[in-house]
Ligand binder design. Structure first.
Ligand code: NAI
Ligand code: MG
Length: 492
């Protein structure tokens, strides 16, 4: 990876809600602190919203959808606004990167190499779709008469978008891109831990010229602001990324108003290394698979399966690399791994590490805190793991990987699928048929062959089983943000 540029912590410009194009305090006037995970210190007080604020934002979004200039704007002009937003993000990339590092704890090297470029590309990719969303003419049977039958793609309406803290800026882009391309209006509820970059993106959207009410942002907690958005009768769809247990609550709360729902949830993704693989490449893949973004990745390769014959050598090389990983100040360009997002997440990870030890797994490296301030956890590898241990089944969402040996293809596919999740999977081998057999039989929304964590806004992403509903990115996401209207015209 190229050395990251020097980026300094920027000053925080915005901590309020964006409602109908205005920045406003919450109804209650209450606030909560955004924390710097590398120090545990407060960065800024962010306004804490409840159902009153959600009400105002949803009404603004409804007006913008039905009577605002947005509803009359041509698809091409919608696309142009999105291209302008992408340009503004690019022009302010270093400030946005600095805010993300400050508020999330991830290293600047990663933000500049992955988050920022993907955010820009996502908005551009969907900007390009805005004027290409066409319907079809349908060749209907003429027994009943002559008809012209065609379809139109229309926006779903007001979209509530609830996002997590692991990729705050990128999750905002994944949600805004397809929603705006399809002509929806939206209310975003950022994660309470990491609201700062979404708010800056809101400022840039206003600067780009998005009409008031198209993009609204309401800060606050899940149980208050998030809950009100989910239950609101005038919200047509909820797009949610986060924990599956939260998705279960959202699904139940959205039932009375029968909202459209898309979910991108967690994972326990199998990363499978056959003995014939390029082992050095596979070790690199295992490193990226689990330690990228401090392991706070929904598709993290947290279950590593290594073919028996290669197991011991692989573990030695992997352990060596993990021990050399540079942890520390996320603003230092050399840092490879920063801080976990919060005290809560830090404790959850340390709790799982203790569970692993109690379950009888062997912690070959890591297993403890790094440094004496902030929420850093050393890269942690467990061997001697059984597939039914809690550390092999539950999402840890930290830099903790379980290694299990396997004997043959049939056994490893079975074990890989022995999980409630199905977000991603990877396989490392030089044998094409082994790779394709695995890719075809594993129950996961993304399969990587001899690579890991590759992303592109054009490539659909989402999960089987408890990992989600629907797909984000690519053409697929557009289906989830549009309704199809069929029009029959009698020609007789
Ligand atoms: P969470 O699912 O509770 O939070 C995600 C978002 O949902 C936040 O914006 C939160 O405010 C909102 N939310 C929470 N409760 C809500 C409710 N009742 N109604 C509406 N919105 C609600 O995730 P949390 O608690 O931050 O993390 C817990 C675990 O979830 C993590 O340790 C990790 O295992 C998993 N997780 C998975 C993510 C993924 O990308 N798949 C992202 C974040 C967390
Ligand atoms: Mg939660």
């Amino acid at each position: 990876m190229a050395t990251a540029p020097t980026i300094r912590p920027p000053s925080v410009r915005q901590t309020r809600n964006l409602v109908n194009g205005e920045w406003c305090e919450s109804h209650t006037g209450k606030s909560f602190d955004a924390i710097n995970p590398a120090t545990g210190e407060s960065i800024a007080a962010v306004c804490d919203s409840d159902h009153h604020d959600i009400d105002s934002a949803v009404s603004a979004a409804r007006r913008a959808l039905e009577v605002g200039p947005w509803s009359r704007m041509s698809a091409r002009d919608r696309g142009k606004l999105m291209f302008t937003l992408a340009e503004l993000i690019e022009a302010n990339a270093e400030e946005l990167a600095g805010l993300e590092v400050l508020n999330n704890g991830k290293p600047v090297s990663e933000v500049m190499a992955a988050d920022v470029p993907l955010v820009i590309e996502t908005i551009r990719y969907y900007a390009g779709w805005a004027d290409k969303l066409t319907g079809e003419t349908i060749p209907v049977d003429d027994k009943m008469g002559q008809f012209l039958c065609y379809t139109r793609r229309e926006p779903v309406g007001v979209c509530g978008q609830i996002i997590p803290w692991n990729f705050p800026m990128l999750m905002t882009a994944w949600k805004w891109g397809p929603a705006l391309a399809c002509g929806n209006t939206l209310v975003l509820k950022p994660a309470e831990q990491t609201p700062l970059t979404a708010l800056r993106l809101g400022e840039l959207a206003s600067e780009a010229g998005f009409p008031p009410g198209v993009i609204n942002i309401v800060n606050g907690f899940g149980e208050t602001a998030g809950d009100a958005l989910v239950k609101h009768a005038d919200v047509d769809k909820i797009a949610f990324t986060g924990e599956y247990k939260t998705a279960q609550i959202i699904m139940a709360n959205a039932a009375p108003t029968l909202k459209r729902l898309t979910f991108e949830l967690g994972g326990k993704s199998p990363n499978v290394v056959f003995a014939d693989a390029d082992i050095e490449q596979a070790v690199n893949g295992a490193m990226t698979g689990i330690f990228f973004n401090q392991g706070e990745v929904c598709c993290a390769g947290s279950r590593l399966f290594v073919e028996r014959g290669a197991h011991d050598d692989f573990v030695d090389a992997f352990k060596d690399r993990a021990q050399k990983r540079k942890l520390g100040d996320p603003f230092s360009p050399e840092t490879e791994q920063g801080a976990q997002v919060s005290q809560e997440q830090f404790e959850r990870i340390m709790g799982y590490i203790n569970t692993g030890k109690q379950e009888g797994a062997r912690c070959v490296t890591g297993g403890e805190r790094f440094g004496d301030k902030g929420f850093f956890v050393k890269p942690t590898i467990f061997t001697g793991v059984k597939n039914d241990m809690r550390i092999a089944q539950e999402e840890i969402f930290g830099p903790v990987v379980t290694v299990l040996p396997f004997e043959d293809t049939t056994q490893v596919v079975e074990q890989a699928n022995e999980t409630m999740f199905g977000l991603a999977a990877a396989v490392w081998t030089r044998d094409i048929s082994k790779a394709l057999n695995f890719a075809n039989t594993v129950r996961a929304g993304t399969v990587w062959v001899n690579c890991y964590n590759t992303f592109d806004p054009a490539a659909p992403f989402g999960g089987y089983k408890f990992s989600g509903h629907g797909r984000e990115n690519g053409r697929e996401a557009l289906n989830a943000y549009s309704e199809v209207k069929t029009v029959w015209m009698n020609l007789d």
